[in-house]
Design a protein around this ligand. Structure first.
Ligand SMILES: [Zn+2]
Length: 442
């Protein structure tokens, strides 16, 4: 069984169309063809070649975008415990994630990406900004990830994590992997549809020396690409930049020319006001990952100071943006943040703005001309759902369990809860047993 064919035309009848920012709920018909929304109106007439889908009682909204994730960690769920319990953030990296990513080979990179992308699709996430690491198999790894995401049917922005932690040879191969993927995306962008883009991936300031950072910046300039990097996730990053370089984390990135308006700074938990100011002036995106921050006990990010370009990521804890946004809302409440539920809908919309900027097309609005990246929800609410209370339904009701169908670029990836690939989890479990056996022997 293969995915639904391309070039199908669909007429969605009588759906409740939901726009996140501004909050708007409206019963409308939607015509979809050639990967785009062609027309929107109260009653559209079907033409002969269109499949009519009656969506009375269903919600249609833009597919979610995850602004920071690590598909390579998809097979980590329930994995063997590390040799000892980490006591701080650097030990979490050394004892958990840097052992896991080193254990990945061609096969387990592929099944991690398949499982992670399938989880994303089932949660209604149609676009992923992934940050990949597999130091034992660097060359070609992004194409393996790409192939898996393509099979699942999603849109994605990929990069390889450049770092000094494995020495200069691994660092060079990481740079080369970014270069080769960016080159590929530039070539394939001319052919339609192009569902993949690249960024320059880098781990974090504290694992990059000056030369490594400068070479990342060179790549950014060469391909007019942004940097995707963890910034001030933990105080260790801030202390390292100050002690070894006498600079703030962002100040150091700026000094090396590694900031631009396509750049994603993940976490930003401990960024100083000065660093935030420099980053905002450069127009970067701040990816807030509340569940990951809570899990790693690194602190609460100064979300209010991030301004207009704050986006949400999962940092590899699945790709369920309903759940991430809800956690962001509750954690914000707990921290006394002046963000109502509607502000988080605005942030989810920022994720769409990031995707739109990266792909150079309108993603995340249900207007004629925008990409047909949509999800259909079967949400049974005990109370009315209207424009004015939409955000509160997101905070207290709507969740990924109600995602019924998923469409990317005009093609059904999941239809009525069924994906064409029905064996992904069984195959992923086999791959994870292999990966875990390797971890136990390390
Ligand atoms: Zn991360």
């Amino acid at each position: 069984m293969i995915l639904a064919p391309l070039n199908m035309s669909y007429l969605f009848k009588s759906a409740l169309l939901v726009n996140l920012d501004p909050s708007r709920v409206e019963r409308c018909d939607l015509l979809i063809a050639d990967g785009k929304i062609i027309e929107r109106g109260p009653t559209l007439e079907a033409r002969e070649d269109e499949e009519i889908i009656n969506l009375t009682g269903k919600i249609v909204m833009p597919g979610m975008t995850c602004a920071h994730t690590h598909l390579y960690s998809a097979l980590a769920r329930g994995m063997p415990a590390p040799p000892r319990t980490p006591t701080n953030f650097t030990e979490i990296l050394e004892l958990v994630w840097w052992r896991l990513d080193r254990a990945l080979d061609e096969e387990t990179i592929y099944w991690s990406a398949m499982a992670g992308a399938m989880d994303a699709a089932r949660a209604g996430t149609t676009c992923l900004f992934d940050h990949h690491a597999s130091p034992s198999h660097i060359r070609g790894s992004l194409q393996i990830v790409r192939e898996a995401i393509e099979k699942v049917g999603l849109r994605a922005v990929l990069c390889y994590e450049v770092t000094d932690r494995g020495g200069s040879d691994e660092r060079d191969r990481g740079l080369e992997e970014n270069r080769s993927f960016l080159k590929w995306t530039k070539q394939s962008a001319s052919s339609s549809p192009a569902l993949f883009r690249g960024l320059v991936g880098a781990h974090a300031s504290f694992t990059l020396n000056d030369e490594s950072l400068s070479r990342c910046a060179e790549l950014m300039r060469e391909f007019d690409a942004g940097l995707h990097i963890h910034a001030a996730e933990d105080m260790c990053d801030v202390n390292d930049a100050r002690d070894r370089h006498g600079l703030g984390v962002v100040e150091r990135l700026a000094k090396h020319g590694a900031l631009n308006n396509q750049t994603i700074l993940a976490h930003g938990v401990h960024l100083s006001d000065e660093d935030i100011e420099i980053a905002r002036a450069a127009g970067v995106w701040f990816a807030h990952n509340p569940r990951s921050n809570m899990n790693n006990q690194v602190g609460y990010a100064p979300v209010e100071k991030f301004g207009e370009r704050v986006v949400l990521g999962t940092d590899g804890i699945g790709a369920d943006m309903f759940e991430e946004a809800r956690s962001a809302f509750f954690k914000g409440r707990d921290e006394g943040l002046n963000f109502g539920a509607d502000a988080w809908l605005g942030v989810l919309s920022n994720n769409h703005r990031l995707a739109s900027q990266t792909f150079g097309e309108d993603i995340g609005s249900l207007k004629p001309g925008s990409a047909a990246d949509l999800i259909v929800l079967d949400y049974q609410s005990p109370t009315p759902l209207v424009s004015e209370n939409l955000a509160w339904h997101f905070a207290f009701g709507i969740n990924s369990a109600v995602v019924e169908s998923v469409m990317v670029n005009g093609r059904f990836v999941i239809r009525d809860r069924r994906h064409a690939l029905d064996n992904v989890y069984a195959d992923s479990r086999k791959a994870s047993e292999k990966l875990w056996a390797k971890l136990r022997s390390m």
